[in-house]
Write a protein that binds this ligand. Structure first.
Ligand code: PRP
Ligand code: MN
Ligand code: MG
Length: 181
């Protein structure tokens, strides 16, 4: 069966909730970076949806760049090992950088990434994430913009995958048990 719907268990964040929250976050970001040159950095592949929607909700000029790092592989558990698969094109010297993520789970990916980017001479580095799992945190990180806190369950959709699938589900949900079998 190729239908996505039958693989969904519970919807945790709806499309409308995501859309409304992005408008609020974009307003804050527009205000906080007023008069500044902002570079938003999307962390591939999970952040593609939130980057595309957040960028279009902003009313200020931004430049967009991408980095690919991976810490999960195909499983559901964070390995803590971060690999750079694609580095930024932009030079960060003197730039205001906002890293955009789909989710902060253990925090290991972003804590590594923020220190990596911080060593490149930026004017500032902040984080915007659509989702955060407070109960899963293994390291604490300062996150300036958070869409929603979600419970410590495996979630998919809005960029988040299970074995590379379900990224195109337009809401955030848990998967039905039969998917894992
Ligand atoms: C996922 C997610 C975050 C990271 C969060 O990416 O998109 O980038 O894990 O986990 P952490 O807080 O425990 O480090 P993943 O490594 O699965 O790559 P992907 O974005 O290509 O799916
Ligand atoms: Mn990711
Ligand atoms: Mg993943």
């Amino acid at each position: 069966n190729n239908d996505l719907g039958s693989d969904i268990d519970k919807v945790l964040v709806t499309e409308d909730q995501i859309k409304a929250r992005l408008v609020e976050l974009a307003e804050e970001i527009d205000k906080d970076y007023a008069g500044k040159d902002l570079l938003i950095v999307g962390v591939l592949k999970g952040a593609v949806m939130v980057m595309a929607d957040l960028a279009r909700a902003l009313h200020s000029h931004v430049t967009m760049d991408w980095m690919a790092v991976s810490s999960y592989g195909s499983g559901t558990q964070s390995s803590g090992v971060v690999r750079i698969l694609k580095d930024l094109d932009a030079d960060l010297t003197g730039r205001h950088v906002l890293v955009v993520e789909d989710i902060i789970d253990s925090g290991l990916t972003l804590s590594w990434l923020v220190s990596n980017l911080g060593s490149r001479g930026p004017a500032s580095v902040e984080i915007c994430t659509m989702l955060r799992k407070p109960e899963a945190a293994k390291v604490s990180i300062d996150v300036k913009y958070v869409g929603f806190d979600v419970p410590n369950e495996f979630v998919i959709g809005y960029g988040l995958d299970y074995a590379e699938k379900y990224r195109n589900v337009p809401f955030v949900a848990t998967l039905a048990e039969h998917v894992y079998k």
